[in-house]
Structures are given as C-alpha cells and as structure tokens.
Design a protein around this ligand. Sequence first.
Ligand SMILES: Cc1ncc(COP(=O)(O)O)c(C=O)c1O
Length: 401
Amino acid sequence: MTADTARDLRPLWTALLGQAAEHARTNIGYPGATDITHQQLADLMTGVLLNNIGSPYDGGHGRNHTKDLEVEVVNIVADLFNAPATRWGYVTGGSTEGTEHALLDARRRFPDAVVYTSASAHYKVGELADKLMMPLVVIGTDEHGRMDIADLYAELARRRDRAAAIVATAGTTITEAVDDIPAIVAACERLSITRRRIHIDAALSGLPLALVPEDETPLVDFSVPGVTSIITSGHKFLSTLTPCGVLIYRDPPNAATTAAVSYTGTANVTIGGSRSGHSTLLLYASLAGLGLDAHRQRVRACRQTAEYACQRLRGIGVDACRHPHGFTVYFPSPPRLPERWIIPGDGRYHRLICMPQVTRDQIDELVEAWSRMVHRVPAPRRSLARRLLSAAPNAQSRTGG
Ligand SMILES: Cc1ncc(COP(=O)(O)O)c(C=O)c1O
C-alpha cells in the first residue's frame, strides 16, 4: 500500500482501539500503568505544537513550550526524592535517556571513570557504557537480584585509583529488587573513592517507594549522601501513556553551565535537541491533577493486588515471590505458561506485575487458566460475539451495563 493518496484511517484507529482493549485483559507482564487517562488534554495533545527544546530553565526564542510546567514537574519529583535546593533536572524521553545523561556527565567530569552496574540492571546500561566508550564492570547479584555489595567492594578495590560511575537499580526489570544504595556509598567511602558518581535507575520503583516507603527496602533518594542523580519513568507508575522520564540531579551537571545556542536561545544541556512539551503536560496532569495522596493510594492498592496474586499462585503450587514494596510477582521460569497471557522472563524467573489497572478478577482468570493448563483441562469457549463485544472500546455502554 502506498501513501500517495489520502485514506480514511478511522477503521484503522477503531481496530487499534479494539486490539488494545483485547490485549489489556491478558497484558500483566509489563509495567505501564494505564488507569489514568487524559481526555481533558485532547485539544493540547492533538492540536498544538509544544517543543521544550534545550534547557527547561530558560524559555529560549520559541514560545510554544511547556517549560514552566516542566520545572514544576521536576520540582514535584525532586521533592519526593528529597533533593536539596541545588537540584537540577528535565523531562526525558524515557529512563534510558536519563541514565545516558548521568553517564555522560560522569565521563565529562572523570574521563577515566569505570561504570559499575549489576547483572540485573537494565540491558541498556551496558549498551550506554559501550556507546560512551566507558569500561564496564558487571557486579554479581544475590538470589533476588540485588547488587552483591561484597563483589562491588572487591571490584572497586581492584581499580581504586580510577573514578567510579555506579548505576544502581531501584526496581530491577525482572524481580523489582532494589540495590542497597547506602551500602554502595559506604563501599566507596571505605575505599576512599571520592571521584565518583552514583546514579540510580529508579525507572519503576522510584516513585512508589518515595510515595509509600517500606521499612525493609533501602532508601532510594537524595537523603542518602553521595547519590548524584535519579531517573524515573513517567509511563510506568504515572500512567502518562507515552514514554517519558524525569531526571533529577542533586546539583547541576557539568553540561548545565553551557551558554545558550544562538539559534534556539536556550542552553544545549539535554541529550536530544527538540523535546516533547506534551510529555510534560501528561506528567503534570498525573502528578498535580491527581495529587500525591491519590498516588499513595494507588501504590497501596498495587502492593495489595501483588500480594493477592502471590498467594493465589502459591495456592496452585507456583513458587511465587515478591519484595514487600513490589508490584512484581516472580517465580522460577516454568516450562509452559498459559496461552495468551503476556508474562515475560529472563530464563531464570518469569514475572507478572500488578500495575494499578490489574484487577483481582484478572489474577483469578490467570490462576484458573494456569490450573487448567497444568491439569490439561480445555478452556471453556467464549462465543465469537462475546469476544468481539468484550474487545470493543466502550463495551460496557454497548451492552447497556
Ligand atoms: C530498571 C529499568 N531501567 C530502565 C528501563 C528502560 O526505560 P525506558 O524504556 O524508559 O528507556 C526499564 C524499562 O523497563 C527498566 O525496567
């Protein structure tokens, strides 16, 4: 098919909506919240160009941006992470961009810096070290996926004359383990490694932990001395529905001192040039529109659903585990999983994740499907008409429910 002539794309959009609704039922494997939607932003999202090019802290020549709100978003998240008044940050296109910014800053400050991260860190961290031509040392993990501090200490000791750029993870991709950040800082202190940067990839768990801390989970914020930057995603907990992130530094990074570019009138301090001004709207609508108390309630509800899922899976003989703070329920990778359910894994563990839209009904449905699979009982067939109805958007109003 060519794009030379105009086409009526409405049937395509309707089909995509139907597909999304159908998949939502069985998509319990990826951490994107979808419970907060943003219809009130439709005019701004679809009718206005918003480009937050360059630094959020200066407007630049353009007027069509949302930088004032971006600075507010940065401040709301920075407050949650207990950042001091010297904070600096911006809205990124995702968590990988935030980690890239932090590693680039480490490289600029300390050209001899070695990157340390755990074997359970996100796969992009290793790729970023490669891209920035920084040596990478992968640290072992314990059985739950937390960075092994004794291993980190040994590897740091081997290179104590070199600067360290440590990427800790708060909420590893598979088990949602949180690295012990105070212990990481203590290891550096004991070895007198003062030329160091400690960045936290808190893509998933940063905000839930900041909103509702758990006693057993180490602190993930700037109240731990030595933490230099934190990135967290917007499309995970905050339900922005489009990928984005919020990067916070304790102090402005080196690049932040760059003078304004004459063409844009704003400092060139971000990884990309043009940046979405719409992401900022979605973040602001979620953070300020809903309010932090409602977000705290969402955190508690997710943890309760996760505990329910853990118990239900254990009830059918699955060796399910979760961290007390976790939305994630993980279990040894089984030989087979119920059909249709989206449940990713890494070969060792598979996991599901109870984001706010995941209901106990869905967990019950999964557990039933899993039991049927184990006992080889065929699934009851739903009629085609019923399947189409439940997949259609606004299925409730169509059925008069
Ligand atoms: C721990 C962690 N870091 C980073 C990322 C990547 O984030 P993004 O896709 O926003 O770049 C993920 C995504 O799942 C993640 O789980």
